[in-house]
Design a protein around this ligand. Structure first.
Ligand code: NAD
Ligand code: DAU
Length: 349
């Protein structure tokens, strides 16, 4: 079995690469990643020397390159995670999201179709998507696999579009695809532009914690290790042509989550109770900010038997411990271009 994992140097991708290498030593795993600002090969140090792992630096927006790669490598499966993934960046530079997330996905579909031809036995194209394609919820209800798509940000619109293309290649060309839509992930190796690692880093440095709007928006958080496990289950047992929602039934308003994070950080850093929360600073809201996400993952639990392994409180504590222990990882990532990005994004807020 030879699987191509795209975006394997990113946050979730690096967990998926590690999970597959550890769980399936007989598989060959090729990680294709462009190494954008979000791709970091240090995320994969633990597995980089394994004989069944290889890394290729490459861009999914280059269709000719992908055609050659698939022709040479004869992959049995694709797990596609490469994407521009940060909503705030999609507001400042939407086109990059269209090019990578839409065109890049179509290029991969074309390459898989050309390489596999009519020989589809044992083949699988697994597209990793997000709950944001479903839009925003009010105070009631949850996203199911039947919820109509209603994306609002350039990021979620590009992911929704890519999902439609994946389904079109299944319905039109018979490509054996499967899709999953997951809620917000947290855990080790997440780039500190997303809420949890950004705030951990700012608390360490006693910098303000920029809470968008009133902090009332709600997200449904899942430990990234549990997402990687769900991806394994869906890759091996999911039904072709189907979609599976992945989530942990774990909704938190941003401000409640931040208060919990501040309490954990105070304890771990030996600071007085309430010290980190004093850093909370309410700033201008994100444009088009979705109010609430909540995922109904009962189909995945019922049909494939997947359940999350730990509580959010435990997972968040483990995550904080990881960032405090891996201070070198954090300082390497937060230097250089990240600093310019940070200044640009938060100037005037
Ligand atoms: P990330 O930004 O941490 O990683 C993305 C990776 O893709 C990086 O390694 C980057 O170098 C690579 N990449 C970007 N453009 C590329 C290109 N043109 N060619 C090749 N590689 C390229 O993202 P993440 O948070 O790990 O998300 C991974 C996937 O999971 C994305 O498709 C995202 O939409 C989806 N997702 C993320 C979450 C979440 O909470 N982070 C939740 C649900 C779904
Ligand atoms: O729901 C899944 C999605 O979750 C993924 O598809 C995306 O790739 C991933 O980035 C994430 O999107 P969010 O926009 O929900 O994540 P983010 O960490 O950027 O923000 C989480 C919430 O915190 C959101 O309501 C905005 C708020 N926030 C975020 C940042 C970075 C703040 O209040 N302040 C901040 O500085």
């Amino acid at each position: 079995m030879h699987i191509l994992i795209t975006g394997g140097a990113g946050f979730i991708g690096s967990h998926v690469v590690r999970h597959f290498l550890n769980s399936y030593p007989s598989y060959t795993i090729t990680n294709l990643d462009k190494l954008t600002y979000a791709g970091n090969l240090a995320n994969l140090r633990e597995v980089e020397r394994l004989p069944n792992y290889r890394f290729i630096k490459g861009d999914i927006t280059d269709g000719d390159f992908l055609m050659r790669l698939f022709e040479e490598q004869r992959f049995d499966g694709v797990i596609h995670l490469a994407a521009e993934s940060h909503v705030d960046r999609s507001i400042t530079n939407p086109t990059a999201f269209v090019v990578t997330n839409v065109l890049g996905t179509v290029n991969l579909l074309n390459a898989a179709k050309a390489s596999w031809g009519a020989n589809l036995e044992g083949k699988r194209f697994y597209h990793i998507s997000t709950d944001e394609v479903y839009g925003s919820l009010g105070s009631e209800g949850m996203f199911t696999e039947e919820t109509p798509y209603d994306p609002h940000s350039p990021y979620s619109a590009s992911k929704a579009s890519s999902d439609h293309f994946v389904r079109a290649w299944h319905d039109t060309f018979g490509l054996p695809v499967v899709i999953s839509n997951c809620s917000n992930n947290y855990g080790s190796f997440q780039f500190p532009e997303k809420l949890i690692p950004l705030f951990i880093n700012n608390i360490i440095q006693k910098k303000p914690l920029p809470v968008y709007g009133k902090g009332e928006n709600i997200r449904d958080w899942l430990w990234v290790v549990d997402h990687a496990q769900a991806i394994d289950v869906i890759y091996h047992q999911g039904k072709t042509g189907e979609t599976y929602n992945i989530g942990g039934h774990n909704e938190w308003s941003n401000i409640a989550l931040i208060q919990l994070l501040c309490r954990i950080m105070d304890t771990k850093l030996g600071r007085a109770a309430g010290e980190s929360e004093k850093l909370v600073t309410y700033v201008t809201d994100r444009a088009g900010h979705d109010l609430r996400y909540a995922i109904d993952s009962s189909k995945l639990q019922r049909e494939l038997g997947w359940v999350p392994s730990i509580t959010f409180e435990k997972g968040l504590e483990l995550t904080v411990e990881w960032y405090l222990t891996e201070s070198e990882w954090l300082s390497n990532v937060t230097s250089g271009s990240y600093q310019c990005y940070y200044e640009e994004m938060y100037r005037g807020r």
